[in-house]
Design a protein around this ligand. Structure first.
Ligand SMILES: *Cc1c(COP(=O)(O)O)cnc(C)c1O
Length: 234
């Protein structure tokens, strides 16, 4: 929730979130939009994981009234369609968004037109294919596959009684390290005793020091193997 006593000019929101996997609902996003409108702030909304949303949650900040006057949305095909190495992302800047008498859309357009030579044609063809009927079907199938991995991991954590967020509307699961371990301590413990790697929470900043991020981006076979090995050592 926005702190009404703090004045921000730019607000970065990533929902569904990396690393916590948490996702905002419409009411919560509305509070941020209202804050931005009242304080003349601009929201940079990172929707990189929107394709993983399955509950009734906004997939875009522009589903919220007023967002076109205060928000920029960033998205990428990296997670939606496995474009991490291929590279294609996009930015949505509504023409309604002005600050200091300038339309941010015009400033961005000028920047893109003069300083960026564009995404290669072959990659653009791949990106267009993502939005075809067949492309959407294949991407959704892939995401459903990863979602099953997330379920396998969260079922294990439920069984072990370990606190976590995410895994439902996001490919990541953010868990509290068991037995009060630090995030690097838990990383070493998993690596040495189970041969499993994850991401120590501290990699995302000081607040992550007792947390750990697990990913569903792998095969069912490897996920099941990792879960079995983790169960054996916790
Ligand atoms: C992966 C990711 C992106 C997309 O990055 P690309 O440079 O397009 O691969 C954006 N935001 C977050 C939080 C991500 O995890």
């Amino acid at each position: 929730m926005p702190d009404k006593n703090v004045k921000a000019d730019i607000i970065y929101i990533c929902s569904p979130n990396n690393p916590t996997g948490a996702a905002y609902n419409a009411e919560q996003l509305k509070e941020w939009v209202n804050y931005a409108l009242e304080n003349n702030a601009v929201i940079l909304y990172d929707a990189a994981y929107e394709a993983f949303i399955q509950d009734d949650l906004p997939r875009s900040i522009f589903e919220i009234d007023g967002a076109r006057e205060c928000a920029i949305e960033l998205c990428s095909l990296s997670k939606t369609a496995g474009f991490t190495g291929v590279r294609c992302g996009y930015t949505v800047i509504p023409k309604e968004l002005s600050r200091g008498g300038h339309k941010l859309h015009d400033m961005w357009y000028r920047r893109q037109a003069t300083k960026f030579n564009g995404v290669s044609w072959a990659v653009q063809c791949g990106a267009a294919a993502v939005f075809s009927e067949e492309g959407q079907k294949q991407c959704l199938e892939n995401i459903a596959y990863y979602r099953q991995n997330a379920k396998i991991i969260s079922d294990m954590l439920d069984e072990l009684g370990i606190y976590y967020t995410g895994g439902r509307n996001s490919p990541y699961i953010w868990l509290e390290c068991p037995n009060k371990m630090g995030s690097w301590e838990f990383f070493d413990y998993l690596l040495e005793n189970a041969g499993v790697v994850g991401t120590p929470g501290e990699g995302f900043g000081e607040c992550g020091k007792n947390y750990f991020r697990m990913t569903s981006f792998n095969s069912h076979e490897n996920t099941l193997k990792a879960v079995q090995r983790i169960k054996n050592i916790i």
